[in-house]
Write a protein that binds this ligand. Structure first.
Ligand SMILES: [Cu+2]
Length: 109
């Protein structure tokens, strides 16, 4: 009963719905810089939907970590590493590297 034209409209609608979800599904943060003066999380602020997982990766010349002090969550400390955290609640979650003090935040909407 479904016409080819109906299928095309349906496919376009599904594609339109899928794109924003795919873009926001796996936000990635890296650590940039080469000295205590310019180490940084990049991007320093990410916005995600409730339930999303954020992934940090880094390969640096000094040890770093990703520490959510208030959540009691943190990555291992190392010159290279990766870390993922899933955000189940809405809110603004600040984190930092305990070695160097640079900061970032995850906003869960
Ligand atoms: Cu650091």
């Amino acid at each position: 009963m479904t016409s080819p034209r109906g299928l095309a409209v349906l496919a376009a609608a599904v594609a339109a719905l899928a794109l924003p979800a795919a873009a926001a599904a796996k936000p990635k943060v890296t650590i940039t810089g080469d000295s205590i003066n310019n180490y940084a999380f990049s991007p320093s602020k990410v916005k995600v939907s409730k339930g999303a997982k954020v992934r940090w990766t880094w390969d640096s010349n000094a040890p770093h970590n990703v520490t959510f002090a208030k959540l009691g969550e943190h990555s291992p400390t190392g010159a290279s590493g990766s870390y993922s955290l899933k955000f189940k609640d809405r809110g603004t979650f600040k984190y930092h590297c305990t070695i160097h003090g640079f900061r970032g935040k995850v906003v869960v909407g």
